[in-house]
Design a binder for this molecule. Structure first.
Ligand code: KET
Length: 440
């Protein structure tokens, strides 16, 4: 039987590949990539500004696009406790094994204490599901997938496969893409009024009231990006009541803790208020800005649940989401945070330098406004000092942004957002002059 089969195979004509005769079918042809039809995509709205800035040869150019802190001579700033922690880590000659899927427990415990407070009852009772993430972006994305997979319907109704996530209008440019790519439906609620350059609180409340019950509502914990406009404590209290009434799911994105007031505890007030009011929040934390660890990708996602048992179940699903995506998070950045927050002296220095960054930005706001007034600008620039955090939502139009770029080599995002963290006492005069010229 076997011999017969073998014989049949051998008696077939040899495949062309083995033939010594040249064949038209195997004549060298132009290689055709399977990706030849991929369309060219646009640069990112924020990170694309840096690409254009880097290509500009003007020595006076200023990059006010990305929200990344610069010192007063315009250089990327590494906090001294971060440098010291890095030195100690190198000296300790640590291993470089994989972290667990959910990352470093030590780091995550420290991160959630920074957000919820040192003595939070829910943290102590193990009700907080949490994991280390690829910075704030990764935390939002992990939460987006968790919401898409598991957010239940209210009152045992049919589950929505694409739950509604409401973003403030406007919001960080990447939010919509993050939640869309997570399989959620993205909507907006009113937030900013361009006419007053401040919070449209009534509009905000009414659009949250009009939204379908049980929607996910994304809130910027402090230092709202891009507007620099935050609710007051009284307004936060009202928002908390509205969300509760509507059974909306609060989702805090906290990428700038420390940048509004200079104090990590003060800036966590909105999150802590919601927790105290009984909300079961989702929280994305970034350590890019307040530790200056941008490229290290240090972040944390937490979900406050009703019980330790529920938290463990959520933890298990977060690991199931992360494992096929990136397996486990990077180790270098979290070691730095752990080192700083394990040494009271380094922690003290970090809190002090963090405050210094916030204060330098505030002083640049005052200087920019002062220069514009000195130059005789007839516009009202009060919002530069009224807004807070890293950004000034300047009100500069798309056309004026293009002029700033083309005629002055000053780079901002198209929506007129100025990253105040890139303004220095050396470039503020040049900037004011350029802004004055394009807004005359
Ligand atoms: N949330 C908000 C509100 C935010 O502004 C950023 C970054 C992030 C999350 C994520 O940062 P990460 O480094 O992933 O922790 N915003 C600045 C940088 C960027 O766009 O990536 C920015 O708006 O310029």
């Amino acid at each position: 039987m076997f011999r017969q089969t073998l014989f049949r195979h051998l008696s077939r004509p040899l495949p062309r590949l083995l033939s010594t005769q040249p064949s038209a079918a195997f004549a060298p042809a132009a290689p055709t990539s399977r990706f030849a039809g991929v369309p060219q995509g646009p640069e990112d709205a924020i990170l694309g500004v840096t690409v254009a800035f880097n290509a500009d040869p003007n020595p006076n150019k200023i990059n006010l696009g990305v929200g990344a802190y610069r010192d007063d001579v315009g250089l990327p700033f590494v906090l001294s406790p971060v440098r010291e922690a890095e030195r100690r880590i190198v000296h300790a000659q640590h291993h470089m094994e994989y972290l667990p899927v959910a990352g470093s427990r030590t780091f995550v415990d420290k991160a959630i204490r920074l957000a919820y407070g040192e003595h939070n009852h829910h943290v102590k009772t193990g009700q907080v599901a949490s994991m280390q993430t690829l910075s704030g972006t990764g935390a939002c994305r992990m939460a987006g997938v968790l919401i898409q997979r598991f957010l239940p319907a209210l009152d045992d109704g049919p589950r929505d496969e694409s739950p509604l996530v409401l973003l403030p209008n406007p919001s960080w440019a990447n939010h919509a893409a993050i939640f869309r790519d997570s399989g959620c439906t993205v909507g907006q609620y009113k937030y900013y009024d361009p006419a007053t350059k401040s919070l449209d609180f009534e509009g905000c409340v009414s659009s949250l009231e009009d939204a379908p019950d049980g929607s996910v509502v994304l809130l910027h914990a402090c230092a709202h990006n891009p507007t620099g406009v935050d609710p007051t404590p009284e307004q936060w209290a009202k928002l908390s009541a509205v969300l509760k009434e509507k059974r909306h799911q609060p989702f805090f994105d906290m990428a700038y803790q420390g940048f509004t007031s200079g104090d990590m505890e003060v800036d966590a007030a909105s999150v802590r208020r919601f927790v105290d009011d009984g909300h079961r929040i989702v929280l994305a934390q970034s350590f890019s800005k307040n530790f200056g660890l941008y490229g290290q990708r240090v972040g944390c996602l937490s979900v406050l649940t009703d019980s330790q048992e529920e938290a463990l179940a959520v933890d298990s699903q977060l690991k199931i989401i992360a494992r096929p995506m990136y397996s486990n998070p990077p180790i270098a950045g979290v070691r730095i945070v752990e080192e700083v927050l394990s040494d009271p002296e380094l922690e003290r220095q970090w809190r002090m330098e963090m405050k210094g960054m916030a204060e330098r930005i505030i002083s640049m706001r005052t200087m920019l406004k002062g220069y514009l007034e000195e130059l005789g600008s007839v516009q009202n620039w009060d919002h530069i000092t009224n807004q807070n955090g890293m950004f000034c939502f300047s009100g500069i139009s798309k056309e004026q942004v293009a002029k700033l770029r083309d005629e002055h080599s000053v780079y901002l995002t198209e929506n007129g957002r100025i990253s105040m963290a890139g303004v220095t006492s050396q470039n503020v005069g040049y900037l004011a002059n350029a802004v004055h010229k394009v807004t005359m």
